[in-house]
Design a protein around this ligand. Structure first.
Ligand code: ADP
Ligand code: ZN
Ligand code: ZN
Length: 825
């Protein structure tokens, strides 16, 4: 018997190996195998049975071992990864790697022990006997160690058979990065100060205000039922530093306690009680019926569920998933990473409890491996997670939901395969005779067009869900503030024009909440010398450095590589001292707000304030608990639902609008609509949205102002059709990267020339320096391919042929092929 094995190499082919007698039962499709390749031993995956050995005219090498009892890759995923490899023009081995849990690309470790059972038949088995003798001599050991001592020819399959006879015990773990428990420091009163009056006594004794504040904060937590809060929470509430806490610990008044952090807090929260069932609205019921009809007859179908935030989409996902589970089938829920909050997960857990496995990017390898294994063994039947969850190892799939299907974060870039999770979801559902639901308030133009063409079925939820008294929250009023006009009227001094300032002021006074979007972090994006125009740039990237303020100091930072520099006092070019800060980042808006509404609690949410694992979640919780203003980058546009938000302000609606990317206006429209949807979610409090712009007549703003998705789609689609851009065509890019600019350019030119030869009806544009020409000392060039019509075939053919002709780029240089590019810059 032979098998075809795909190796994790940039080679687009499978290799045939002979299966030795001892491994025949174990060598199933999808299982990992150890095979000799050139002078190495590699781990590959069996993708199917090979031709009979006699028919081959070369000497077939033998598989050394089969590494899995249960194949890591299901048959369905083998087939899907083949499609991914073909469609996104990447080697099958790379696509397969994407479905393996992080832990399995590291070697798994098998720990062996001899049991008390008599060796029975194994006494006569030559290798078996040697293994038993070795175990008797060495006690608990690993298979790798046994192989080292006894010789390499100890297949795992043999050990498994011995384990089945109970003569050895096997435990499989990850060899690398075993999950070490993570701890956090908590704080409590020392035993002598735990009685009720101790805090008051301490406060009397202590001189320092900060120390008193810490004691007071800790007593406060205790009174709230948390006698051992996190140290950082106490510091924050007391506005005190660690040194204050330390001095109290040194005085013997407080104690530090290390506590283990839960492995996956999203998973480990107890499942809440299921909410009472409510009747679906007619539109929800119609949508659900359409979906369950398809599920009932095991028919593939993709449904585009178009409904504004709060229209009851999630409710439909849940009911559809219930229908699928009732039929014993499994499901996948995809959400954008940032929307994967405990609140989202808890909502599903209320209905499905422990059937859910959560996958997210901040999990460590052990956590991910555990979640993966629960899905693979069928212990969990529902995967919920960001884009990679579309590759979850589920069998008998009934439903895939892609929430916020228009999100750009569904496209993978590095490492390959550069797949679009929405499109893979549709393809996976198709192959599994399952149903796919794409949900959005602002569907991508691709999906809207696919619905018009009849490839998807369109379902509408036209209204927000009304409250118990039957009232429906109205859509918020949207006001556009023309910044040029505001300046003329002397109503603009800083980033916030007077009408926006007043609106914020009113909300703070009334105890209502405000969300402010500024899609740029830091203080000021650019510094510029007034005299000569010099602006500081990163050493390694061709971008200007952003001014950041922190702890009273200032620093210049590169947002691409993290490089940091001091702020120059004078211009290094001309010696001038007038260095101006240009543009506005979230920090600068925050500083302005502190002046405009000094009494307000302001929370800033951007990448700088959410670096820690729960930073994002903690900020949302604090906002929910009543802070006045949530200010941030596009992160704030998604996720939670806040009932007291009556004002949404967009500080600069033009950020991103003028990028030379054909999706720029679609993205802007989506972001503005999304953030506007955060206002006025309750029926009692009307919402208002204020957009500040220098392009008040831009179509993206006009339609966002009118809440007019159809109008936007009509106009944008007409333009796309004329230019042959998606959905009326396909684009692909090839990015060339490397340390030496000339060599990158030459590489790009050679490739592009060949692409032109193979392009057929496709257009090839470039190569050109990328929009940001240099990142982390790597020069970047780009070539764009474009073809009209429904099939990306000509692009794929040109890319495949060129890649095969070129082979791997020189060491240190990279060629990234990206089909259906989301970011053409
Ligand atoms: P979306 O996912 O479109 O934002 P949700 O499904 O979250 O909308 O619904 C918005 C709110 O309305 C949620 O609090 C949800 O529990 C509630 N809801 C949804 N459908 C109904 C219904 N048929 N009856 C009563 N409440 C509903
Ligand atoms: Zn200068
Ligand atoms: Zn940089």
């Amino acid at each position: 018997m032979t098998v075809n094995v795909v190796l994790p190499l940039p080679l687009d082919q499978a290799y045939t190996y002979r299966v030795p007698e001892a491994l025949v039962g174990a060598a199933q499709a999808g299982a990992r195998v150890l095979v000799p390749f050139r002078n190495r031993r590699l781990t590959g995956i069996i993708v199917g049975e090979g031709p009979a050995a006699e028919t081959l005219d070369f000497d077939v090498k033998a598989v050394l071992d089969v590494l899995d009892d249960v194949p890591v890759c299901t048959e369905g995923l083998l087939d899907l990864t083949k499609w991914i490899a073909d469609y996104y023009v990447c080697p099958w081995g790379e696509a397969l790697k994407a479905v393996l849990p992080a832990g399995t690309t590291v070697e798994t470790e098998h720990r062996l022990t001899r049991t008390d059972a008599a060796p029975d038949a194994w006494a006569d088995h030559e290798v078996g006997r040697t293994v038993l003798e070795d175990l008797a001599a060495h006690g608990e050991t690993t298979l790798a160690a046994v192989r080292k001592r006894v010789g390499p020819a100890v297949p795992l399959a043999l050990i498994r058979r011995m384990a089945a006879d109970d003569v050895v015990a096997v435990e499989t773990t990850l060899s690398d990065e075993r999950v070490a428990p993570k701890t956090e420091t908590h704080l409590r009163f020392a035993p002598a100060f735990q009685h009720k009056d101790a805090p008051d006594d301490l406060i009397e004794q202590l001189r320092g205000n900060k120390q008193r504040a810490v004691v007071r904060a800790l007593a406060g937590f205790r009174a709230e039922g948390t006698p051992e809060p996190r140290r950082t929470d106490v510091m924050e509430r007391a506005d005190a530093s660690y040194s204050t806490v330390r001095s109290l610990v040194e005085k013997g008044m407080l104690e530090l306690v290390e506590k283990e952090v839960m492995r996956s807090p999203l998973d480990d929260l107890p499942a809440p009680d299921p909410p009472p069932d409510h009747d679906l609205l007619p539109a929800q019921q119609d949508a659900l019926d359409a979906v369950t009809d398809a599920v009932d007859v095991h028919r593939y179908g993709t449904f585009l569920l178009h409904g504004i935030t709060g229209s009851g989409k999630t409710e439909v996902y849940i009911r559809a998933l219930q229908a699928v589970r009732a039929r014993g089938r499994t499901g996948i829920i995809l959400v954008p990473e940032i929307a994967l909050t405990p609140q989202t997960v808890q909502r599903f857990r209320a209905h499905f409890g422990d059937e859910i496995a959560v996958l997210h990017s901040q999990m460590n390898m052990g956590e991910r491996y555990d979640a993966w294994r629960r899905l693979r063994t069928g212990e969990a039947a529902i995967a919920i997670g960001p884009r990679s969850a579309v590759l979850a190892p589920l069998e008998d799939l009934g439903l895939i939901v892609v929430d916020e299907e228009h999100e750009a974060s569904y496209k993978q870039f590095d490492p390959a395969p550069r797949y679009h999770a929405r499109d893979v979801a549709v393809m996976r559902a198709h192959r599994a005779d399952a149903v796919c639901i794409l949900g959005s308030a602002t569907p991508s133009l691709e999906s809207t067009m696919n619905a018009r063409w009849g490839k998807y079925e369109r379902l509408e939820l036209p209204e927000r869900v009304p409250d118990a008294s039957g009232k429906t929250a109205a859509l918020p009023d949207v006001r556009v503030l023309d910044l040029a006009l505001q300046r003329k009227k002397h109503q603009l001094d800083g980033a916030l024009a007077d009408p926006l300032r007043e609106a914020i002021r009113t909300r703070v006074d009334r105890g209502e909440q405000t969300i402010l979007l500024q899609n740029r972090r830091g203080y000021a994006p650019v510094l510029e010398c007034e005299d000569c125009g010099w602006a500081p740039e990163c050493q390694s990237c061709s971008v200007s450095l952003t001014l950041h303020r922190h702890d009273g100091g200032e620093q210049l930072r590169c947002h691409y590589c993290g490089y940091a520099a001091r702020v120059p006092r004078q211009c290094p070019e001309c010696g001038g001292r007038d260095i101006h800060q240009i543009g506005t980042g979230t920090q600068r808006v925050e500083a302005e707000l502190e002046e405009v509404v000094p009494d307000a609690t302001i929370l800033r949410m951007d990448r700088d304030t959410t670096r820690e694992k729960h930073g994002h979640h903690d900020l949302l919780r604090r906002f929910e608990n009543g802070a006045d203003i949530l200010l941030g980058t596009q992160m704030i546009a998604k996720g939670l639902d806040f009932s007291r938000v009556t004002l949404v302000g967009v500080v600069d609606a033009d950020v991103g609008l003028l990028f030379p990317d054909f999706r720029a206006e679609e993205r802007t429209f989506q972001l503005l609509t999304q953030v506007a949807g955060r206002a006025g979610r309750t029926r009692e409090l009307a919402g208002e949205v204020i957009l500040q712009t220098r392009n008040p007549d831009h179509m993206a703003l006009r339609y966002a102002q009118e809440h007019d998705y159809e109008g936007f789609a009509e106009e944008a689609l007409a333009e796309r059709r004329e230019l042959g851009y998606p959905p009326f065509g396909h684009v692909a890019t090839v990015e060339f990267r490397g340390p030496d600019e000339d060599r990158v350019e030459r590489l790009a030119e050679n490739w592009t020339e060949q692409l032109r030869q193979h392009a057929g009806p496709a257009g090839v544009m470039g190569p050109e320096p990328a929009f940001i020409q240099r990142v982390k000392k790597q020069h970047r060039y780009r070539t764009l391919l474009k073809v009209r019509g429904g099939s990306p075939g000509p692009l794929q053919t040109a890319l495949r042929r060129t890649r095969d002709a070129h082979g791997a780029p020189p060491n240190g240089y990279h060629v990234a092929v990206d089909v259906d590019t989301q970011d053409v810059l």
